[in-house]
Design a protein around this ligand. Structure first.
Ligand SMILES: [Zn+2]
Length: 70
């Protein structure tokens, strides 16, 4: 399993991106640990559960491409 995190700073397009440990684009500061998951799908689901007011949560294109939608 991989450790996943959400960037607490919005991207320019309004998305909050979910990353896993080791990603080149992992946020340097201001992120929240989500937990360990087998795939990014579980991580994104957990992020949506914990941050229901964040309407745009998306997987990182580079480390969580299967969950990248925008
Ligand atoms: Zn990433």
């Amino acid at each position: 399993m991989d450790k996943y995190y959400i960037n607490n700073r919005q991207q320019d397009n309004g998305d909050y991106e979910v990353h896993k440990t080791g990603c080149t684009y992992f946020p340097r500061e201001d992120y929240t640990y989500l937990g360990e998951f087998y795939t990014c799908l579980g991580a994104v689901q957990e992020a949506k559960r914990r941050f229901p007011y964040r309407h745009r949560i998306n997987g990182c294109y580079y480390c969580s491409n299967a969950c990248h939608t925008s």
